[in-house]
Design a protein around this ligand. Structure first.
Ligand SMILES: [Zn+2]
Ligand SMILES: [Zn+2]
Length: 101
């Protein structure tokens, strides 16, 4: 785990990320997509059938599995709604520095 005072990346441990549910995208079934768009907000690509997505346990938002895995190595919040994804943390997200994009 990173020490928050070292200024290093503050992500989520891969063993925790691995517990987030993975789903196969199927356009015929409604998913909780960010802002109601079937787009991965990390890479901005439209989800395609049979792509592997990962669902965030706190808010249910879905992203490409490989996109969100690398995102969570340096971030601890949902890329869509900024819900804290750190287990057992409810207020952590208010102190996370948000990228300027
Ligand atoms: Zn993506
Ligand atoms: Zn979310």
């Amino acid at each position: 785990m990173e020490d928050p005072f070292t200024g290093g990346p503050r992500g989520i441990d891969q063993t925790v990320i691995d517990t987030f549910p993975v789903i196969i995208y199927d356009a015929t079934h409604g998913k909780k997509e960010c802002r109601g768009m079937n787009v991965c907000v990390i890479c901005l690509a439209v989800f395609k059938e049979d792509e592997m997505l990962r669902s965030m346990p706190k808010c249910g938002h879905v992203f490409h599995s490989n996109c969100v895995d690398s995102w969570l190595q340096t971030h601890s919040t949902c890329p869509c709604c900024r819900a804290s994804l750190v287990p057992g943390s409810g207020r952590f997200f208010s102190r996370v520095c948000w990228p300027s994009w």
